[in-house]
Design a binder for this molecule. Sequence first.
Ligand SMILES: NC(=O)c1ccc[n+]([C@@H]2O[C@H](COP(=O)([O-])OP(=O)(O)OC[C@H]3O[C@@H](n4cnc5c(N)ncnc54)[C@H](OP(=O)(O)O)[C@@H]3O)[C@@H](O)[C@H]2O)c1
Length: 333
Amino acid sequence: MTPALIRASSPAAGVTELEYTSLGKTGLRVSRVGLGTWQFSDAWGVTRYEDAKAVVARALEVGVNLFDTAMVYGRGMSEEFLGRALRELGARRDEVVVATKIPGDYLHPDDIPRAVEASLKRLGLESVDLMQVHWPPCWHNFPTCRYMRALERLVELGKIGHLGLSDYPVELAEAARYCLARHDVEVIQVRYNLAERMAEEEHLPYAEENGMSLLAWSPLAKGAILGKYTLEEAERIQDLRARDPLFRPSNYRQLLRLAEAIKAVAERYGKTPAQVALNWLITASSTVIPIPGARSPRQVEENAGAAGWRLSFSDWRLLDEASRGLRLSYLPG
Ligand SMILES: NC(=O)c1ccc[n+]([C@@H]2O[C@H](COP(=O)([O-])OP(=O)(O)OC[C@H]3O[C@@H](n4cnc5c(N)ncnc54)[C@H](OP(=O)(O)O)[C@@H]3O)[C@@H](O)[C@H]2O)c1
């Protein structure tokens, strides 16, 4: 994809222009809410290219310009659909920020250039804006400095714009940064939503202190905090959520109570529960950028409407209190 091929996106009629922020210290301007594209996979079910393209088209129309994908999503389907859609929709290369991820299993230093090349080919890009290590290598003993230096070389060679780490404990993130000579880690990506707030303990202060962005994955808790499914419906969900602990009755029952609180706040603002759940994340920290997934153009548009306004302190606190009462368990059974 050459920069000339991509056209500027502008907000559709009637849609408020989105809020933007900087991605880490990169100087890249990204929408305050991004789009996660794991949904373009068997796991989530958006497997027709035209459906994925419609989601990306709506994102561009409402001003979303940060797109998160990964080599493993749909075994390449997500990268392929995203790249093709951006190309066909004429998105300007300098106005979209494409973030992908390399899994921990692909981090043998000799494999990295091949894996990145294949990812760029699927995306149809000469270079990707952000390459995140998806998770730390755990079975192969790849030395941290060997793979971080191999990735840094690809930054020097112009194949990767910036580096990020996903699902890294902060101690390991610190060790990984120590290996880099000329570049820094600009993004930490972790699970973070109103029900699952462990990121506030270490990752968020670490990102804030070091000028990184924290990309919040599953910022809607995969829909479990929105009250959109009754307990019975939640038990019947057939996609990847069937195995997600949040959807087990003992957890989901509690989340339905949190969803009630979110809904009550949303009604006061004339917003939707999803908009309030995402806004709660950005109200408390300029470092957090949620990357909600969307299965339809309507969801993308709704999620973009989570930015450009803020919850009051008292409403932020009300939801803070409601979520602190949760006692979730991740143990089977
Ligand atoms: N780094 C990592 O390890 C990691 C892990 C997970 C995800 N991620 C990234 O984070 C992104 C988001 O996380 P996620 O997909 O796990 O969960 P999520 O964003 O919390 O939830 C997405 C789901 O919520 C529902 N939804 C979205 N917008 C909605 C709206 N406005 N109203 C009602 N329901 C709505 C949709 O499902 P239904 O319509 O079917 O209910 C959608 O598929 C992924 O796409 C991926 O890019 C990264």
